[in-house]
Design a protein around this ligand. Structure first.
Ligand SMILES: Cc1ncc(COP(=O)(O)O)c(C=O)c1O
Length: 514
């Protein structure tokens, strides 16, 4: 009997010990995760969602609007007159474009959203009484866009990054693509003959073995993550604070998504050793997603003018440091069998022909492309090593990784992509790539020089052909700059002065006008 009691006591102690160790391990894992989060709200998405709900909607009335920084009455009066003049100038410049925008906006929710988020929210109601922004273009040529009133604007909207070689380039890609696909027409579910050439070229450019076609960048990312989960049999994806990977729930947790952040998606601090520790110590991570555009503003979201609350903005690009970070990430992913996914939907083909992989000297397991690769038509592509791309299990026929889409590999898109890929090999495009880094750095320096010489409190910074306007003097009104640029014929996207996207083909004569 006594023996039995002793055995029970030992077993209980043993069990308590095991539970204690398991608990300690869980607590350590949790703490490591907490330390690997970026300290900003962007790194704490549950809290960010809570805070977002608490922010009361309010608008500055006339008096406060013009004196938000405590300016004296005389300055407020000057501002009121300047705003009215600016609004009047924009109205008389583009009456038709603005009328069309006003007529369409009540029926297009996307237009309503983007027009709401161009400036800090306190200012927008009164601003709308003075200034309207047109959302229509009627023509494009070279680096120029023309509004419905015939006004030319220099295009730095970049068409969300698609416009890498100038609009004429894409127009002719589409024309040639349509001619190539015409005979087959929109036959879906099988392939236009040009697809073989597309996949060969994509494998070569990406340094990968297989390709899958999708209809948007968002879908390409969804597929890359699904494949990583399938092959690792693990659930968690790691993304970095501030990085955009499309609007699918798992990669767009936090404010903007009505669902609470999924526990399968970890948002970690980019370029931080604590993140590497989490990747090394956990055993439930399927993939790490990298958007190399973040190299310009690590751990921060796109620098929109609506967030210019205090007028400051930080952009700093260090190519070597980012390459070093990617090399460390590569190593830990290889050691742990985690899929490293380079999301090149935005930057693919912009930094170099071989994309961010070539530019930062890193080899990913899966790469996503989109935007410019469609030659002007909508597309998403995943390239990867066969062991990551395979969608079924030879030993178990029921074990498949399903992904389809009615319009995948649409003949017109494939043909236009084929024209795009073939054009990459021309000497014209090769020359653009060869000189890009030096040329765009020199242009950045040249513009900053001119801004300094003119004693203006703005300058530009960025990565290759993607720039942000930085404001030397903090102000509650720096976001107004976007409207003055528009008045002077520069077209920005709704993000505003935080993201100017140039085409590699913009020549000196246009840049000088800048
Ligand atoms: C890096 C990145 N990934 C994915 C996407 C989503 O692509 P799409 O808008 O074609 O769905 C974007 C779009 O901006 C992107 O920049």
């Amino acid at each position: 009997m006594e023996d039995m009691e002793s055995i029970m006591t030992i077993a209980l102690w043993g069990l308590t010990g095991v539970l204690g160790i398991a608990l300690a391990m869980k607590v350590t894992e949790r703490l490591q995760l907490s330390f690997a989060k970026h300290p900003s709200l962007g790194g704490h998405l549950r809290m960010a969602k809570r805070v977002a709900k608490w922010i009361p909607g309010y608008s500055y009335a006339q008096d406060k609007w013009f004196t938000a920084d405590g300016a004296p009455q005389a300055i407020a009066d000057q501002r009121r007159t300047a705003l009215a003049d600016l609004g009047q100038a924009l109205q008389s410049k583009s009456p038709q474009t603005l009328a069309q925008t006003q007529a369409t906006k009540p029926m297009v929710s996307d237009m309503q959203l983007t027009s709401q988020y161009r400036v800090p929210f306190q200012f927008r109601n009164l601003l709308a009484q003075f200034i309207q922004t047109g959302s229509f273009w009627s023509a494009s040529e070279g680096a120029w866009l023309t509004d419905m009133d015939g006004n030319p604007f220099i295009d730095v909207t970049g068409s969300y990054g698609v416009n890498l070689f100038g609009m004429d380039f894409y127009k002719s890609c589409i024309q040639e693509g349509v001619a190539m696909a015409e005979k087959l027409g929109p036959v879906l579910g099988s392939y236009h003959p040009c697809v073989l050439d597309n996949v060969k070229q994509l494998c070569e450019i990406s340094g990968q073995e297989e390709v899958s076609f999708h209809m948007s960048g968002t879908e390409a990312v969804m597929q890359a993550v699904r494949l990583a989960r399938y092959h690792t049999q693990k659930r968690k994806l790691v993304r970095f604070t501030g990085a955009y990977h499309g609007w699918w729930d798992d990669v767009q947790p936090g404010p903007g998504n009505p669902m609470p952040p999924s526990s399968d998606s970890l948002t970690l601090n980019e370029m931080h050793p604590n993140t590497l520790r989490v990747l090394r110590n956990r055993n439930d991570i399927a993939c790490v997603l990298v958007n190399p555009l973040q190299a310009m503003h690590v751990n921060k979201a796109a620098p929109t003018d609506s967030t210019l609350v205090d007028g400051s903005r930080q952009v700093h690009f260090d190519r070597q440091a980012y390459a070093q970070w990617l090399a460390e990430l590569r190593k830990v992913c290889t050691d742990k069998g985690i899929a490293l996914i380079m999301d090149e939907v935005f930057l693919g083909f912009r930094l170099a022909e071989g994309g961010a992989q070539a530019y930062f000297h890193v080899k990913a397991d899966l790469v996503t492309y989109g935007k410019t690769l469609g030659g002007g038509l909508p597309v998403g592509v995943v390239c990867g090593q066969s062991r990551w791309m395979k969608r079924f299990n030879d030993k178990n026929p029921g074990d498949i990784c399903f992904a389809r889409g009615t319009f995948n590999a649409h003949p017109y898109v494939m043909a236009t992509m084929n024209v795009f890929l073939n054009r990459l090999k021309t000497s014209e495009v090769q020359n653009l790539y060869a000189n890009a880094t030096a040329l765009w750095q020199q242009r950045q320096n040249q513009l900053n020089h001119a801004l300094k010489a003119a004693d203006l409190p703005v300058r530009v910074a960025g990565m290759e052909t993607i720039w942000s306007v930085l404001y030397d003097k903090p102000s509650r009104y720096n976001w107004m700059f976007q409207y003055y640029l528009r008045k002077h014929g520069i077209a920005l996207s709704w993000v505003g002065s935080g993201r100017m996207i140039f085409s590699l083909a913009m020549d000196e004569s246009v840049f000088d006008l800048f």
